[in-house]
Design a binder for this molecule. Sequence first.
Ligand code: IVH
Length: 682
Amino acid sequence: MDLSEAMRRVADLSRTIRHHDYAYYVLAQPELSDRDYDLLYRKLLDLEKAFPASVLRDSPSQRVGGQPQDGFESFRHSVPMLSLDNTYSIEEVRGFLDRVQRLLPKQELIWVVEPKADGVAVSLRFENGEFKVGATRGDGTVGDNITANLKTIKSIPLVLRDAGAGMGRIPVCEVRGEVYLSRSGFLQMNEERRKAGEAEFANPRNACTGSLKQLDPRIAAKRPMDIVIYGIGEISGLEEADLHSHSTVMALLNSLGFRTPNRTWTCHTESDLLEAIKDLERNREGFEYEIDGAVIKLDSLMQREIVGHTAKAPRWAMAFKYAAERAITILKGITIQVGRTGALTPVAELEPTLLAGSTISRATLHNEEDLNRKGVRIGDHVVIEKAGEVIPAVVSVVKDRRRGDERVFQFPGECPACGTEVVQAPGKSGGGVIWRCPNRHDCPAQIRGRLELWCSRRSMDIESGGTVLIRQLVDAGLAKDSADLYDLQSDQIVSLERMGEKSARNFLEGLQSSKKQDLWRLVFGLGISNVGAGVAKTLCRSFAALDEIAAADAGQLAAIHEIGDVIASSISEWFGDEANQRMIERLREQGLKFKSELYEDSEDSDKPLTGKTFVLTGTLPQLKRNEATARIEAAGGKVSGSVSKKTSYILAGADPGSKLEKARKLEVTILDEASFLQLLEQ
Ligand code: IVH
């Protein structure tokens, strides 16, 4: 055989295999037995081996090509990958539908309901019909180029099918979809890992993220990943096609060779739509991937254009997340966790069970009161629940299943971490009483909790400062407070078990750069009771520097809007503590930033709304809550969550809550959206 003959055959075989891949992976309608398919594939490989020059760029053999990479290149999305607003409440879905209708008065709206696949969002870019780049969402603007791994997914076409009129060669076609691991694929993969003594993945989504992050595409190829496509990004050269709606786009994508959701619902009325959401929920288990909700999308592309989007998400779509999932399992024991404030939390140790896609072996029991109210005993069958990102919780006991040998749990009188006698203290926001370890400065559990908060992403964001390292540092007596971290030397860290030089360096560098973090992060990181990120920001807007916050008495603090008596006294108490004062002095010597940037921002007192406080309630006709907030803040005003004497205005929309009544009682000025916009213009 000569080269030209080989090339002809290779091209033929490639085409045939591509056809069978499509039939098998996209349509799930195989036309060949696995054996016959393998024979074809072998023939192709043999020919390509004998005539290396015949290998086509888009040959099926190129799905796993190339060498392991050192890292992923960045890829800038030409059209940002937005996320979706989501809710667990049908009321909010109604509010969303009303909002869109108000933006499109008197227009007929058609809605599409789709399954919300729980996997990893990716974008696939095709140029002239050829698969060029596949990337993760990243921050929505820039993601990782993971093309090599994505090529291993057989339901992603390497070349587009020709949908007629030369459409298969369109100049740019970017599609967006969700990569997932099927439930069965996940279980099988974990089974194999267990046998091989490897760590199992908690759920299909984590397994999928892990697979896409593989630097060696040969490993990714072994993971049973698949994809479902739900939309487009940049697209050009389709002037001929009449793409006026999401449904027509999806039909086109289908004919270009993409897998789209097996089932979607087209709805003309609110009641149709709510029924579709329920119908999908009933059919959830029938999909081969995990579904965590329903996505509701406006069908018409023109209407989408009018409605627009915010920086984060489109205004024409919303995700309705299915409520908490529950499971029954056995309570094997109760342990006590000591948090950074010394609060003792009972934790249920459970017989591991699969719940909402994750293996759960622990759940919170909140506090002693809660535990007693539910009458939980060790050995009980308990109902556990998990909603979204929240920690799973024990909700009730299945008393019918008691056998009589269950044991009542005795709440300890001493702190399990340091042995100090515990004391009773009022719980958060009036939630009953809790037990607390009073050994603030020496209890290792409290020290760990405080250091974890300090290093966390939400606070000082210190690279590599994770739970394991912190435990080691505390156990080795190397750190008792945040200031100690900045005294650490490289050799001290390297001497810890399983600490490499690289991680040590990362940690030290993370500490160095944390010195420049905004003051509100530092204030939040101090772990003062009742001072979350929100209160920390409020403080940093009202005071120019940490010293001013420290010097303020409870009265001055409480005069600040949003800071009540309880918060004010915990702040002044914290700064009154001598050990805390010494730590602050050491942080100052170590060069941390004590000046507030937020304060400088609000310096200019000539902004129109400086000194004014707003409370928002109900749904506004046009503005979303975050937009209204942004406008108020840009004009120098503040937004607060609750109405008080200090409130200047209440901005009320449809279906306002009790806040409006309270505002009326306190005679706060009430604004609707129109008068609010007027006020801004003045
Ligand atoms: S549309 C601009 N449709 O959910 C609209 N997203 O929480 C972007 N997702 O990042 C999304 N199934 O990864 C859309 N049928 C579907 C989806 C879906 C899953 C994911 C997607 C997105 C996330 C938002």
